[in-house]
Design a binder for this molecule. Structure first.
Ligand code: BGC
Ligand code: BGC
Length: 628
């Protein structure tokens, strides 16, 4: 070993000094989260802080934009994908390019990428599509919801995404609402029970963890978002984004409880509703957001706007954006889903802060919450996605789980006409059986909205098992299964079918496009019932996002099943129809007779439903299992 020369000593000293200067507390995972947040915030400029509050659409994102505007978050809206049929690897490559843009900024704060993984990672081709919430509420099985949350987290991570805008904990009080299928139930207790999806998505809050703090395990889990705060399911006439007119105690009893559960379970974020509350737009509602959610309930995660939600504070939307920015930020929103007018948002918010209209303390509150979530979920340590979760996308195991969920979400509403005896379970061995209806062989129809794209679409939009295929899989090989979407009477009479399965329903819809004053199906759907059931004993399977008008046809139908929007695993429907498993589901919604009865919910003084809340006929499986 040679002696240390003076030059080497100087070099060594310089190196040590440089390392010491580079020690940044916020980058040290051994430091407590709140210490890291404080340290990082002490280094941030106003521009860096405002960037954290800005969420932009994937379609306007690039590494350069993120770097230049110091963007803190990206959203994939419904159908906002890298390109059609993108693979897990394509998604990961895209997310990582954006993330590298964020990491290349002065402080290297990672961005958080969010998507609506609301019934599985539903924008991704080949993902497992779980039943929509309206079906899951039927199961009343929180443990199942937890497993679905865990699977959804893995499928989001498969595409490099650490944040989902789920669960929707709306309590839909009127099925005329186009988003009723995003709600677990009209009954807040069921909705509360279903918040067990949160520990599935994020991980289970450890004992001794600080109350109301966001909690997200770094690996294989994602940050969640309870939405839409508050009263989204209670709007007048079930009109989407309308006003919810309600007394405080009713709001607290019906629409609020699941938020308390969410917060207790460590939900990372809460999204504000487009709707109004007693005439005040929720995006402007200081009392509810700052006063109640933050100060009273002590929610410590971040509050996010809905997409262009602040724009809607004026009529027409976006006609006074400065006002929108001012009002929403002062109300207590922390992150704004802008999602495209980010230059304007940043300019307006900067001006409002510089003019002391928005106090710096408000900005600091927002940024503290956002950074807290980012630190807790381990984004600083693991900002880049790799392929280690890719194999979960649409995995067999997850499809089996979805199939189980489908089985448990079915409700048997009628089984046999008077004196005829039950029709289900259906015999697996028959000569010829008929499958009919617009929803029998259509993956898109059975998935509904928020699938592959925003509105959803009929047709072969992703990988899955249609109910027709499931029926074919379930019958004995000698049984001939004939599919005819809308057969004529002559054909029916000459074919001598043992029985028929009629699968009809609503076409896919989303948000306001799903609002309906009549809740009737297409005429052709009712015609299929009348034609088929007039000639052959039939089971009618309804594929709908909510109860629909069925009373006038109920006499013609031998057996009736509500299958809701089951998703890609249609095999679950056949499993129960053919008695591999029993029917166990009970309505989590009231089934009305006529739409003019609405709104009508369990517990109402005037309650005269076709099928009451909680109704559902049970059948036994052919083979008795130790557990289902
Ligand atoms: C919906 C939200 C959704 C957001 C992002 C909005 O239109 O109301 O539920 O999370 O879009 O796609
Ligand atoms: C987006 C959705 C979003 C909706 C809100 C659509 O263009 O794809 O994600 O929820 O706009 O207006």
């Amino acid at each position: 070993m040679g002696r240390l020369t003076a030059a080497t000593a100087v070099a060594l000293w310089l190196w040590t000094a440089a390392v010491a200067a580079e020690y940044m507390k916020y980058k040290d995972p051994k430091q407590p989260v709140e210490v890291r947040v404080r340290d990082l915030m002490s280094r941030m400029t106003l521009a860096e802080k405002i960037g954290q509050m800005t969420q932009i659409e994937r379609e306007v994102s690039s590494a350069d934009v993120i770097h230049k505007y110091l963007i803190g978050s990206i959203v994939s809206g419904g159908g906002s994908v890298p390109w059609p049929r993108a693979t897990a690897e394509d998604w990961i490559d895209m997310v990582n390019v954006f993330q590298k843009g964020a990491l290349s900024t002065r402080l290297g704060i990672p961005l958080i990428y969010g998507i609506d993984a609301i019934h599985g990672n539903n924008n991704a081709y080949k993902a497992t599509i779980f039943p929509h919430n309206v079906g899951l509420g039927v199961t009343r099985d929180p443990e199942l919801l937890k497993r679905i949350g865990a699977a959804t987290a893995l499928e989001a991570r498969a595409t490099g995404i650490p944040y989902t805008f789920a669960p929707c904990i709306a309590v839909c009080r009127d099925p005329r609402w186009g988003r009723c299928y995003e709600s677990y139930s009209e009954d807040h207790e069921i909705v509360q029970m279903m918040t067990e999806i949160i520990p599935g998505l994020q991980g289970e809050v450890p004992q001794n963890y600080p109350n109301n703090f966001p909690f997200v395990l770094p690996r294989g889990k994602v940050a969640g978002c309870s939405k839409h705060f508050v009263g989204d399911g209670g709007t007048a006439y079930g009109i989407n984004e309308n006003d919810t007119v309600i007394e405080w105690n009713e709001l607290e009893d019906i629409h609020m409880p699941a938020y308390l559960d969410s917060i207790r379970k460590g939900v990372a974020t809460i999204m504000i509703s487009y709707s109004s509350l007693n005439g005040i737009r929720m995006h402007a509602n200081y009392d509810l957001i700052t006063g109640y959610l933050k100060n009273t309930l002590k929610f410590e995660g971040f509050v996010i706007s809905d997409m262009r939600g602040i724009d809607r504070l004026t009529d027409p939307p976006h006609s006074n954006y400065t006002y929108s920015v001012q009002t929403s930020i002062l109300a207590g929103l922390d992150m704004i889903m802008v999602p495209t007018a980010y230059e304007e948002f940043i300019t307006d918010l900067t001006l409002l802060v510089n003019a002391n209209v928005i106090p710096m303390s408000r900005i600091n509150d927002a940024v503290r919450r956002i950074l807290r979530v980012k630190f807790i979920m381990g984004l600083f340590e693991n900002p880049l996605a790799d392929l280690s979760f890719a194999h979960y996308l649409g995995s067999q195991e997850h499809r089996e789980l979805a199939r189980e969920a489908v089985r448990k979400s079915l409700v048997l509403l009628k089984n046999g006409k008077d004196g005829d005896g039950p029709l289900v379970p259906l015999p697996t061995r028959s000569e010829r059986i008929l499958v009919a209806g617009s929803h029998a062989d259509d993956i898109g129809n059975q998935c509904g909205g928020w699938t592959i794209d925003w509105e959803g679409h009929s047709g072969n939009i992703t990988v899955g098992t249609t109910i027709l295929t499931a029926v074919r899989n379930s019958v004995n090989p000698e049984t001939k299964v004939v599919y005819n979407e809308n057969p004529e009477a002559e054909y029916l009479k000459s074919n001598n079918f043992s029985y028929a399965i009629v699968v009809i329903g609503e076409p896919p819809y989303v948000e306001s496009s799903g609002d309906s004053t009549t809740l009737t199906l297409d005429k052709s759907a009712y015609a299929t019932i009348t034609n088929v059931c007039g000639v052959v004993r039939c089971v009618v399977v309804l594929v709908t996002g909510r109860p629909v008008v069925i009373e006038p046809y109920i006499g013609e139908i031998d057996a009736l099943v509500a299958a809701w929007l089951p998703g890609t695993e249609g095999q679950g429907v056949a499993d129960v129809l053919f008695g591999e498993y029993g029917f166990t589901g009970r309505l989590a919604r009231t089934w009305f007779r006529t739409a003019d009865q609405l709104p009508m919910n369990v517990g109402d003084a005037i309650y005269d439903p076709l099928f009451p809340f909680g109704y559902g006929l049970m059948t036994s499986p052919r083979v008795v299992r130790a557990s289902q």
